[in-house]
Design a binder for this molecule. Structure first.
Ligand SMILES: [Fe+2]
Ligand SMILES: [Fe+2]
Length: 189
């Protein structure tokens, strides 16, 4: 099975956009964070997060079918492929079934939203609490592209209170804060 190093090389080959790369690293961190909480294998779950939007830039109209075909050829586990297919269930017809499928969906929209919230705070992620994020979710003009319904659907899928899920995402993004440049020191310079 290909490991993280191969996956990162693939990501860097397929994805040029820095924002999209950061999104994929953020979702990787979030899904990895959930693995031990939900009985998953961190390394396998991490691959699903890292690669879920692999073809979004090159083949948006086929996303994620092109990516899954490529990953299947390279020997990535079916568990990872299923999760990637299920994160666009409306398009692929593959419904979320496994814990990984559900966690990936729940982390996808909310990681982006928490990231966006970091960028408008002087201290970024450093002193962020779930309340900072909840407030922004209520502000419909903020990150208007993020569907609040989708965020809620994801939360319902993993059966947590929204506030708990937000806290988990914050904890997870802290583990990659340097890479995402979301600390106060990154944002103030
Ligand atoms: Fe996607
Ligand atoms: Fe995504």
């Amino acid at each position: 099975m290909p490991g993280r190093q191969e996956a990162v090389a693939l990501l860097e080959e397929w994805v040029g956009n820095k924002g999209l790369r950061k999104h994929m690293y953020a979702v990787e961190a979030a899904v990895r964070y959930y693995a031990p909480l939900r009985g998953g294998d961190e390394d396998i779950w991490g691959l699903a997060g890292l690669l879920h939007d692999l073809d979004w830039e090159k083949h948006p109209e086929e996303h994620p079918l092109t990516a899954v075909a490529q990953l299947r050829e390279e020997g990535y586990p079916e568990e990872v492929l299923h999760a990637i297919l299920a994160h666009r269930a409306d398009f692929t017809g593959v419904e979320p079934e496994s814990e990984l499928d559900k966690v990936l969906i729940a982390c996808d929209e909310l990681s982006g939203f928490v990231y966006a919230t970091c960028l408008v705070r002087p201290n970024g992620i450093d002193d962020m609490k779930p309340k900072s994020v909840t407030k922004k979710l209520k502000d419909k003009t903020f990150a208007a592209g993020v569907s609040r319904d989708e965020v809620q659907k994801g939360v319902d899928l993993i059966g947590l209170e929204r506030v708990e899920h937000i806290q988990n995402i914050i904890n997870a993004l802290r583990t990659v804060a340097d890479q995402l440049q979301i600390r106060g020191e990154d944002l103030q310079s």
